[in-house]
Design a protein around this ligand. Sequence first.
Ligand SMILES: [Fe+2]
Length: 386
Amino acid sequence: MMDRVGRIKMPGTLLMGIGAVSELAKSVESLGGRRVLVVADPGIVQAGVVDKVNAVLEAKQIAVSVYDGVESDPRLEIVSDCAERARQAGADVLIGVGGGSSLDIAKVAAIVVRHGGPVQRFFGIGNTPGRGLPTIVLPTTAGTGSEVTPIAVLSDEAEKLKKGIVSDDLYPDISIVDPGLMVSAPPSVTAYTGMDTLTHAIEAYTSRYSLPFVDTLALEAIRLVGRHLRRAVSNGSDLEARSGMALASTYGGMCLGPVNTAAVHALAYPLGGTYHVAHGQANALLLPYVMEFNFPSDMCKFAEVAKALGEKIEGLSLRDAALASVKAVRELSIDINLPQKMREFSIPEDAIPEMAEAAMKVTRLLNNNPRTVRIDDVRRIYEQAH
Ligand SMILES: [Fe+2]
């Protein structure tokens, strides 16, 4: 039923396919760029990915500077550092290369360069002053889907919480999704970023505010993760699996603008903010527990999730079919060697009440959850996941 008006917006241009990185110089020129700042983290530089990107640019006489100060769960200061570097370099285009953190930093720093900070004033929905410098993003993980979202997530050290900026101004001008750039992602990163994609798709598909046209993208993303994630983790050079996961990540990311995520992401925030558990890792850990809580909200949809993940649901009761989705997610997470319990990250059990209070503040996402979540529910989910 289409009982609400949905809204979907995309980045300016999306280039996708093995070898798409070769279109980078042309993309910079199309935005009027002659002098770029590449935004990355030290790991991506070390893996040689930035050299590959720079070579494409320098071959076309585009001046390249590199900011390699991005960290995981980036603090607010990283945005101002990066913006300062862009000003010093006289950059006219910012290019984010890496995982979600590098892409998010490039997206937000572009706005700071043009409009000034402080970045705190951007938190929340629609609080940015306008579009920033032109941005191009090249994801090297599949992933956060940041390449197609109007979202950036930063760590607010003072409040020990990860906070989101949501604004159409954050859509990159050009996104280049090249599975060939993803082969250097190590197995553990491939595993948890892939589970992040799965979480985006499952949370969007089962959201209280799901939308029919987003459902199609979400279900396909779930199917692609079910089919390709184990393979991509087992053999990073498997380009067919990397392509499947790149597509899943992009579809999953496209779900985030119009529908966004729900309780899994809200409950994952304190794990990242306080205990520095990687975003995808925290989602992977919490996903089956939150699904177990949510499945009565729409058993048909959870049964569809099970089917998309390859479960045989014929002959099962609707309840068993819906619960098969939880089993499928749990088995996938185990097969790709992800930790299943919070205690494996040295999170003390007595931290749960404080974490539950922090999670309850993420109303932006909790409001989307298909089943109403109260603080007792959050505590119980954390206890089960401990
Ligand atoms: Fe996510």
